[in-house]
Design a protein around this ligand. Structure first.
Ligand code: AMP
Ligand code: GLY
Length: 429
């Protein structure tokens, strides 16, 4: 098969790594891909949001399956466009992608379907939002409606913070049109977990559970980031909790969307808060999680390409996945300063030694080749905030954590930053 993967980050490197292992995979392209994955996925110089360019490429190269990594092309309607032209693509339609593209859409759907989520109100006028805020008080969570690269959610402990959040979203337009509407919702407490499933519109196959760490510094302190590390399985997701989430969250959404004439295909990610009243949904994403995917896929024994084909073909009924029982931990190695300002172009040392370790795989999230010749051994420099996802399996959580940090310590570049406590909750007590 000829497969096209869209995207360029650590999640996409992990997807490419797993796709390339499939006996079904003949040729793998990645648009735009990256130097770090170039040996397994031929880079194509088309941006992930150039959906017409991608369509043209897929038609010319007779691509059998297109896999979409990030949300933006899905929200822009790439799946509809490809399907209209008879091309197979893994991912939801534009209408379904609103589950991530519009938090108002997603919250209203959950309310309609009785899916547990924080109580909320939606506003499109700043004055009304402010009035409501003043009457309800803090703590409160304020969210921009549209896509905001993970930055549009503000958990506000004080009224000053909440007023500033409304100002940033609705008046200063820090997230552009994504701030046309704002969601003001109750603040939930608990441990977070990520549940990713794959659907064919009717049937659902869950992936292994995972948990991630969003804050920049140890002890879950500091600013929110795109994610500083993840581990799978998520210990908080016991068998009973997993069943509960399937029954109360995933099944109603898949059934409800189908009943409303919008069958959901592709990966569906539910961000869950484990409250004392059970699992509550924080958000839906219409794609694989990043960095959760990096910690999940090394545990998947089944063929990812077959899973995706079955999702496209409505053939997931009776299908299930096999998993390596060993836990997996993925640590994000970032540029110093991330998620704020950072310097790029730092030479990365020790990659080969780290990647050569048993049960370790290093995914590239933000690197580029330091030489023109991509095949030239070894030399990579930093090119993003999140640089590498160092990932390791182990016999238990402690062993996975130790393997992972042993690999991380072999790597160095100027101003390198990483958290030293990824998966600490899995070994506490
Ligand atoms: P979201 O993009 O909606 O998942 O929000 C990003 C992060 O903000 C989540 O992973 C939570 O840590 C936090 N968050 C979102 N909604 C709430 C809520 N209602 N209560 C507490 N924390 C929240
Ligand atoms: N790890 C959170 C996300 O993928 O949005």
């Amino acid at each position: 098969m000829r497969i096209l993967l869209i995207g360029s980050g650590g999640r996409e490197h992990a997807l490419a790594w797993k796709i390339a292992q499939s006996p079904k995979c003949g040729k793998l392209y990645a648009a735009p891909g990256s130097d770090g994955m170039a040996r397994i996925a031929e880079p194509v110089n088309i941006k992930a949001d150039d959906i017409d360019g991608l369509l043209e490429f897929a038609r010319t190269k007779k691509i059998d399956l297109t896999v979409v990594g990030p949300e933006a092309p899905l929200v822009a309607g790439i799946a509809d466009l490809f399907r209209d032209k008879g091309l197979r693509i893994f991912g939801p339609t534009k209408e379904c992608a609103r589950l991530e593209g519009s938090k108002a859409f997603s919250k209203e759907l959950m309310k309609r379907l009785g899916v547990p989520t924080a109580d909320f109100k939606i506003f499109d006028k700043h004055s009304e939002a402010l009035k409501y805020l003043e009457s309800r008080g803090v703590p409160v969570v304020i969210k921009a409606d549209g896509l905001a690269a993970g930055k549009g959610v503000m958990v506000c402990k004080s009224m000053d913070e909440a007023v500033a959040a409304l100002q940033a979203i609705m008046i200063d337009r820090s997230f552009g049109n994504s701030g046309d509407k704002v969601i003001i919702e109750d603040c939930l407490n608990g441990e977070e977990a990520s549940i990713i499933v794959v659907s064919d519109g009717k049937n659902v196959v869950p992936l292994a559970s995972s948990q991630d760490h969003k804050r920049a510094f140890d002890g879950d302190k500091g600013p929110n980031t795109g994610g500083m590390g993840a581990y799978s399985p998520g210990p908080v997701v016991t068998v009973a909790v997993a069943r509960d989430i399937m029954e109360r969250v995933i099944d109603p959404v898949i059934r409800g969307m189908s009943a409303e004439g919008k069958p959901y295909t592709g990966a569906l990610y539910a961000g869950i808060m484990m409250t004392d009243k059970g699992p509550y949904v924080l958000e839906f994403n219409v794609r694989f999680g990043d960095p959760e995917t990096q910690a999940i896929l090394p545990r998947m024994k089944s063929d990812l390409v077959e899973l995706m084909e079955r999702s496209c073909d409505g053939a997931l009924g009776g299908y299930s996945l096999e998993w390596d029982p060993r836990p997996c931990v993925s640590v994000v190695v970032a540029s110093g300063g991330y998620p704020g300002n950072f310097i790029k172009g730092m030479e990365i040392n020790g990659l080969d030694r780290a990647s050569g370790m048993r049960d370790v795989v290093v995914f590239h999230a933000g690197t580029r080749s330091g030489r023109r010749d991509v095949d030239a051994q070894g030399l990579f420099v930093t090119s993003g905030g999140r640089v590498l996802n160092v990932t390791a399996l182990g016999g238990d959580y402690r062993a996975a954590i130790n393997n992972c940090y042993e690999a991380v310590r072999l790597i160095n570049f100027d101003k390198m930053h990483y958290r030293t406590d990824i998966a600490y909750r899995a070994i506490k007590g």
